[in-house]
Unconditional design. Sequence first.
Length: 87
Amino acid sequence: MSVAELIRSNLSRLTPESLDIVDESARHAGHEGARGGGGHYRLTIVSAQFSGKPTQARHRMVYEALGPMMKKEIHALSIQAYAPGEI
């Protein structure tokens, strides 16, 4: 299973209405995190679970769902987290 597929699987607990994952690792070749095996990803997620929550809480929910992936498979993660109707 690819890292993007693992991300998608782990984020399923947030019941996303939409989820877009872009692997930008190739753009960071030679970067310290890339040498250690961690990739760079851009994530856009829409979930009703984000309704009424500030950005920091939304990001925390994403990090909690990804758990230990943030220490190995993911070196950098750009997050755009929305509630339905916000975009």
